[in-house]
Design a binder for this molecule. Structure first.
Ligand code: FAD
Length: 416
C-alpha cells in the first residue's frame, strides 16, 4: 500500500478502515539464503538494501523482541557526518546522503529534519581542532561552517556565553545535520523490506549458531532451527553474547547509555547543540520536549537503565551552557545497551567462519549510520567484498595496529 496525502484524505472519509498492516507476521521457513540476527535499524536496513539493491530477497530478519525495541527506538535521534578520519568520514557522509532521500525512497514519513548541529568550543586550542575537523569534512564533500561568538549570540541568545568556567568562544555548524524520528526508521525499513519479500520474524530469539567444519550452517532459535547460507549478526549491545555462540570474543564492551526528555515547551532550541567541555547534547522534539543525553555509565552491564551519577553529570553540563534548562521539568529517562568498541569505531566484516558476518561496535553513534551500515553490510553479504566507504571497519584492525580512533583516547571504551 503506497502512502500519500490523498490516501490519508480518503481513509479519513471512510473511517480509517482500509489501512493494512505494514508488514506480515510469517512463520519461519526451514531455510533462507540470508538470516539476519537482530531487527534493529541496522538489521532491517540491511535486509531492505539486500532485497532492493542486490536482488537477494530470500531473507529472514530474526528479532528476539519486537521491531524497534532495541537502541533504534531508544536513541536521541541525531544524524550528522561531522567526523574527521579518512576511515570514518566518507562512510558517515554516505549515510547522510542516504538519509536525505530516504522518505521518498521507502514512501514513509520518518520526520527527517535537517535543522543543523552545532559543536560549541570553549578555548582557542579547541577552535583549532574544530577548524581541522571542518577542513577534513569539506575535503570529503561534507558541509561545515565555523561561527564565532558574535554570530552565535545572534542565533542562540540563550546560551551562557560568559560562563566563568566554560565561556563559549564559538562553534562548528553542520547545517545538514539534524534529527529523525527513530522508531519510524525501523518501521519504514521493515515495511520496505517486507514489500520486497523479506520475512520479519518477531519474538524469535537466536540461542545458538550452527557451525560445521568451519562453515556456518544456520541458527538455533526459540522457534526451532533455521538453516542459512549466510548468517549476518547485527545485535548492537548484545554483540558479545551472540558472537560467543560462535566461540568468538570481540574487542567490544557493553555499557548502558541514558537519555532524557522534558515536558513539552514552545520552540526554543532550533537545532542540535553539543557542549565542548563535557558530554552533553540537546535538541527539541516535534512535540516540544527537550531531548538530551551525555556519557555512558562507566561500568559493563546489559541493564537498560542507568544510575544517578550520570544524571547529575548530564544536568550539570546542561546548566553550564544553558541555565534556562534548569526550569524545565524532566518527564522521562531511559537507557540502551551500547556496543562500545575499543577505538570508538564500528565493524562491518566477515569473520574467520565461512558464512558468518558481523556488524557492530557502533558505540553511541550508530543511529546516524543506519542507512550506510545497512547498505554497506548488504554489499558485503552480496558480493563478499567491503563497500568502498567501509573498507576500514575490520575485526583485525587492532592486531594490525590500524585503529580508527576519532577521539584519540586510546583503547578506553568508556571514553569514546
Ligand atoms: C540513549 C541513547 C542515545 C543514542 N543517541 C544516538 C544519537 O543521537 N545518534 C546516533 O547516531 N546514535 C545514537 N545512539 C546509538 C544508536 O541507537 C545505536 O548505535 C544503534 O541504534 C544500534 O543499531 P541497531 O538500531 O541495529 O540496534 P538495536 O535497535 O538495538 O537492534 C539490535 C536488535 O537485536 C536484537 N537481538 C539481540 N540479541 C538477539 C538474539 N539473540 N536473537 C534475536 N535478536 C536479538 C535486539 O532485541 C535488538 O532489537 C544512541 C543510543 C542510546 C541507547
Amino acid at each position: 500500500m503506497r502512502y500519500s496525502a490523498f490516501k490519508v484524505f480518503l481513509q479519513g472519509l471512510t473511517g480509517n478502515k482500509g489501512w493494512q498492516p505494514m508488514w506480515r507476521e510469517p512463520e519461519p521457513k526451514a531455510e533462507y539464503d540470508v538470516v539476519i540476527i537482530g531487527g534493529g535499524g541496522h538489521g532491517l536496513a540491511t535486509a531492505y538494501y539486500l532485497a532492493k539493491e542486490f536482488g537477494i530477497s530470500n531473507i529472514a530478519v530474526v528479532e528476539k523482541g519486537w521491531i524497534g525495541s532495541g537502541n533504534v527506538g531508544r536513541n536521541t535521534t541525531i544524524i550528522r557526518s561531522n567526523y574527521m578520519l579518512p576511515g570514518n568520514e566518507p562512510f558517515y557522509e554516505l549515510s547522510l546522503r542516504l538519509w536525505e532521500g530516504l522518505e521518498q525512497e521507502f514512501n514513509y514519513n520518518a520526520m527527517i529534519s535537517q535543522r543543523s548541529i552545532l559543536n560549541i568550543y570553549h578555548s582557542d586550542a579547541q577552535r583549532d581542532q574544530f577548524v581541522r575537523r571542518a577542513n577534513a569534512m569539506l575535503l570529503a564533500g561534507a558541509d561545515a561552517e565555523m561561527a564565532d561568538a558574535d554570530q552565535l549570540r545572534k542565533e542562540l541568545p540563550f546560551l551562557d556565553f560568559d560562563n566563568s568556567r566554560f565561556p563559549i568562544k564559538g562553534g562548528m555548524f553542520q547545517r545538514r545535520g539534524g534529527t529523525v524520528r527513530h522508531d519510524a526508521v525501523a518501521w519504514g525499513y521493515a515495511r520496505g523490506a517486507d514489500s520486497h519479500g523479506v520475512d520479519i520474524i518477531q519474538n524469535c530469539e537466536v540461542t545458538g549458531i550452527n557451525i560445521e567444519n568451519g562453515t556456518c550452517q544456520g541458527v538455533q532459535t526459540s522457534r526451532g532451527i533455521i538453516k542459512a547460507k549466510k548468517v549476518a549478526v547485527c545485535v548492537a549491545g548484545l554483540s558479545g553474547r551472540v558472537m560467543s555462540y560462535a566461540g568468538m570474543r570481540l574487542p567490544i564492551e557493553s555499557h548502558v547509555l541514558q537519555a532524557f526528555v522534558t515536558e513539552g515547551l514552545k520552540p526554543v532550541i532550533p537545532g542540535v547543540i553539543t557542549f565542548g567541555a563535557g558530554h552533553f547534547y540537546v535538541s527539541q522534539s516535534d512535540k516540544g520536549g527537550l531531548v538530551f543525553g551525555g556519557d555512558i555509565d562507566g561500568y559493563n552491564t546489559y541493564a537498560q537503565r542507568g544510575n544517578l551519577p550520570v544524571v547529575e553529570d548530564v544536568a550539570e553540563s546542561g546548566m553550564a551552557i544553558m541555565p534556562m534548562i534548569g526550569r524545565a521539568r524532566l518527564l522521562r529517562s531511559w537507557g540502551g545497551v551500547m556496543d562500545m568498541s575499543m577505538d570508538g569505531s564500528p565493524f562491518i566484516d566477515k569473520t574467520h567462519i565461512d558464512g558468518l558476518y558481523f556488524n557492530g561496535g557502533w558505540c553511541y553513534g550508530g543511529f546516524k549510520a543506519t542507512p550506510a551500515s545497512g547498505y554497506c553490510y548488504a554489499h558485503l553479504l552480496a558480493k563478499d567484498v567491503p563497500h568502498s566507504t567501509a573498507t576500514e571497519f575490520r575485526l583485525d584492525r587492532f592486531r594490525r595496529g590500524h585503529l580508527i580512533d576519532e577521539k584519540g583516547q586510546g583503547a578506553q571504551p568508556n571514553l569514546h
